[in-house]
Design a protein around this ligand. Sequence first.
Ligand code: GLV
Ligand code: MG
Length: 355
Amino acid sequence: MRNPRDFGKALAIGAPDPVLEIPFRPSRMIHFLDFSNEKMVAKVADIAATVDILLGNLEDAVPVDRKEKARAGLVTVGKEIELGDTQLWTRVNSLESPWVLDDITTLVEEIGDRLDVIMVPKVEGPWDIHYVDRLLAQLEARHHLERPILVHAILETSLGVTNLEEIATASPRMQGMSFGPADLAASRRMKTTRVGGGHPGYRVVSDPDLEHPDGPRDSAQQDLWHYSIGRMVDACTAAGLLPFYGPFGDIADSVGCEAQFRAAFLMGCVGAWSLHPRQIEIAKAVFSPDPEEVAFAKKVIEAIPDGRGVHMLDGKMQDDATWKQCQVMVTLAEMLARKDPELAAAYGFEPASAR
Ligand code: GLV
Ligand code: MG
C-alpha cells in the first residue's frame, strides 16, 4: 500500500509535481499517424487543425524496420511543427519490446515539453504503470521539465481487464484509458478477426414456436464489447480519468463505425481513435454535443442565472442539478466551438463569444 499523503509528491527529486486533476481539453478523436512516412510529417500541420489529439504511433502497424524512423519523425514534428492547441500524444512500443526504453528516453529528452500524453499498450496491472511512472519522473528531472507527462493505458489483455481499477488508480499521471478490441480479442481467444464493432454470430434468438419448430425465429445481434467497455468507463470515471473507445478497423464501414462510437459515447467515453480522415468526421459528429441540446442548456442557464431553486422550462423540471448538467454541456460546446468554426455556427456562438 502506498501512503496516500505521498500520492501528490514527485517520484524523483527535481521532477515536476504530479497533477491531481486531469485537465479536460477537446478529446473527441485521437488521430493515429505514422511519422516514418515523410509525407505525413509534411502534412501534419494541416491535419492538426482538423483533430483534437494527434498521436505519433510507434507500436503495432509500424513495421519493425521503420520503428526508429517513426520515432525520429515524431521528434521532428514535436520540435518543428506548430500544432496550435491540438494535443500531441504518442503510443510507445509495449513494455517488453526492444524499442520502448529508447522510445521513452528519446521522446522525453527531445520533445518532453511538447508531449502531453504517452499511451502505453498492453497494460496488464499497476506494476506496468509504476515502472513508467518512476522512469518518467527520473527523465523529467534530468531534462528539467516543468510539467509532468501524463500516461494513458490501452486496455487490451484479459489480465488488464481483470486489474482495471488498480491500473486506473496506480498513479496521478493516469490520464485515461482506451479500449483495444483487437489485442483483447486475441488475448481472450475470442473467435473474431474484426477490429472492434459487432459480429453477426454473437446474437440471441427467440424460443422456437412449438407448433412450427422449423419456422423463422426473431433474432438480434448483441454487443460483444459492452461488458468490458462498461468496466473501463466505471474504473476511469471513478478515478477521475477519461475513457476512450479505440480502433474501428473496417474503414469503409462508416455506419458500423458510427454505431460503435455512439455506443461508446452513450456509455460515457469522451472520444475514440481515428485511423483514417473519414473517421475524424464520424468522431466529430458523435462526440460533439447535439446543437439542440446545447440550445436548450443555454436557455436553462439564461432562465436561471443563479442556478438555484426549482423551475419549469418547456414542461421540464430544472433544478440545481440540471443547471450543472447544462453548464457542463455549454462549457464543452464553447470549448469545441473555439476549435471548430462550423460547430460555433451550429451552436449559435458569435466568434467573439466563443472564447
Ligand atoms: C488496439 O491497439 C487494439 O489492439 O485494438
Ligand atoms: Mg493493440
